[in-house]
Design a protein around this ligand. Structure first.
Ligand SMILES: *[C@@H]1O[C@H](CO)[C@@H](O)[C@H](O)[C@H]1NC(C)=O
Ligand SMILES: *[C@@H]1O[C@H](CO)[C@@H](O)[C@H](O)[C@H]1NC(C)=O
Length: 512
């Protein structure tokens, strides 16, 4: 009974003051920042005192609670210093891509920890009730929770990835769950399942042999006395997964993995006057074309660009194209280019018929939120998988960006526009995204408060996280069963031989 009073008392205090929450989203990409800042804003609105560590400043002033930004500067130069073209990386194949990501992940983690702003926070005497970190090949950052002696929540921007599944003990059989980096649907051929299993294995190998050793070095340097990265990884209280069955594959989730996909989508705001006019006036409908915030469209091959212009220019629909330069040579009158569009508000407009997208997870979520079908032109990372899932769910057409030719693009576009099944499925999936027992942001707030209230949630972890791999995969059991079989077979053999020998001996005796 006393324990109940204690809890009630703590809850009362927290209802007045809220919890102190540290949210760390270090990746210098706007899509990642949007997920982090929306989560931080939502937690602040629920009355908490939130600190957001990220490369950008969150300028929002919450109506409740408080929100403060700790702005990272070193990591903002990650892209420039490593000087890469995403279109080139995509050509290298999935195994090299995994290696490349590990390398970038290590570099990014180093930059995050050495940042003066984060160092100031670490050397202040601040305390936190819970730490939320974006999982992105930055396992060393889990030491922040150790440093502040707070329970840890990890956040996945890309659904339940191999990385997350390994440290949470979440079952993810490669027989029907395609890896984040492949482009298969849930029904795979023998060859696809083989490749899928190898890709899954390659994640584990790069993690153990490239990422953990490098990040352990960093842990030793920055956090003397801290347990190893591997130990920290298996001690996570909860995982927020930015996914949902309405637009992604239905997969097993252990009890401490919570799907909150869709929480970042805001109700539509009023469009700028000029855009509103264009959208309202488009009698034949609108096609919205955006490759997201990380891909620079003008870096594409000139043949690809020409093919896109040729096909889109021949349509009767109005095309809104997110293009990063002031001009687009050869553009026709039905094409409107802008460096930026308020994507969620454009997708909300009833005249939008189709979204041509790179297939990023945020874009996929937003399009399903508004029930708009897609033509996916994925380039790298999880985009191919999102596109394959859209095909599986029947709300999208998939065309590899690298393979794009005028003919292929034209027929894919035709299919997406003329076949009504894509729109029907997109609308149906949209209903599933909205019809949930609790709004996803409320779910995130509930679970964050839960973890803070009980200072962790070890009872939610499955026992798999404390098991060595050979026990988990029952290698020891199989070895024992095989031994038993061997013993039984040997015994049988010996008995049979004995009996037969005796009989032949008897026969021989009789003959004599
Ligand atoms: C503001 O925060 C308090 C907790 O500090 C909470 O009880 C209240 O519901 C919050 N108000 C809104 C509008 O969310
Ligand atoms: C594991 O997490 C719990 C709860 O957050 C914490 O009390 C404990 O110290 C952590 N253990 C290690 C080894 O970090």
């Amino acid at each position: 009974m006393r324990f109940v009073y204690l809890i009630a008392f703590i809850e009362l205090i927290c209802a007045v003051y809220g919890y102190k929450i540290l949210v760390v989203f270090p990746m210098p990409a706007f899509s990642h920042f949007r997920l982090g800042s929306t989560l931080a804003d939502g937690l602040a609105e629920a009355g908490h005192d939130v600190t957001l560590v990220s490369p950008f400043e969150d300028k929002k002033v919450p109506g409740n609670g408080s929100l403060r930004s700790v702005v990272l500067s070193l990591i903002r130069e990650l892209k420039n210093d490593n000087n890469f073209n995403i279109f080139d990386i995509a050509k290298s194949g999935v195994f090299l891509e995994t290696l490349f990501m590990s390398y970038i992940g290590n570099d990014a983690t180093n930059r995050t920890l050495e940042d003066p702003a984060l160092q100031r926070l670490l050397h202040s005497n601040e305390k936190f009730d819970v730490v939320i970190i974006e999982q992105f090949i930055n396992d060393e950052l889990k030491a922040l929770a150790w440093h502040f002696d707070a329970p840890l929540i990890m956040f996945s921007t890309m659904g339940a990835t191999a990385w997350l599944n390994s440290i949470s003990g979440n079952p993810s059989p490669p027989s029907y769950i395609p890896d984040t980096f492949v482009e298969y649907g849930s029904s795979m051929t023998l060859w696809q399942r083989t490749k899928n299993s190898l890709v899954k294995l390659s994640h584990d190998l790069t993690r153990y042999f490239i990422v953990y050793p490098a990040q352990d070095e960093m842990v030793k340097r920055h956090f003397p006395g801290c347990p190893s990265v591997e130990t920290l990884s298996y001690n996570v209280s909860l995982f927020f997964v930015n996914s949902h069955e309405s637009f992604a594959q239905s997969v097993p989730l252990v009890p401490n993995m919570i799907n909150i996909g869709g929480y970042h989508v805001q109700p539509p705001k009023k469009l700028p006057v000029d855009l509103q006019k264009i959208l309202d006036g488009a009698k034949d409908g609108v096609i919205f074309f955006s490759m997201g915030s990380n891909i620079i469209p003008s870096q594409m091959k000139s043949e690809t660009k020409q093919a896109l212009i040729d096909v889109l220019g021949g349509l009767k629909e109005t095309v809104l194209w997110k293009w990063d330069e002031d001009d687009l040579l050869g553009k026709t009158d039905n094409i409107v280019i802008r460096k930026w569009f308020p994507q969620m508000d454009v997708l909300a407009h009833p005249n939008v018929k189709l979204f041509i997208t790179h297939g990023g997870l945020l874009s996929t979520t937003e399009t399903i939120y508004h029930g708009v079908p897609i033509l996916a032109l994925p380039v790298f990372g999880d985009q191919r998988l999102n596109a394959a899932k859209a095909v599986d769910a029947g709300f999208g057409v998939f065309l590899h960006f690298q393979d794009l030719t005028k003919d292929l693009f034209s027929s894919a576009l035709n299919e997406a526009l003329k076949n009504p099944k894509y729109l029907e499925n997109a609308r149906r999936r949209s209903v599933f995204l909205h019809d949930r027992p609790m709004k996803p942001m409320d779910l995130a707030v509930y679970w964050t408060e839960f973890v803070a209230r009980f200072r962790g949630a070890p009872h939610l972890r499955v026992a798999a996280v404390d098991m060595p791999w050979y026990k988990y995969f029952l290698v020891d059991v199989m070895a024992m069963l095989m031994m038993m079989c061997l013993v039984v077979m040997t015994l049988l053999y010996l008995i049979v031989r004995k009996v037969c020998c005796r009989r032949t001996n008897n026969l021989k005796l009789k003959k004599n």
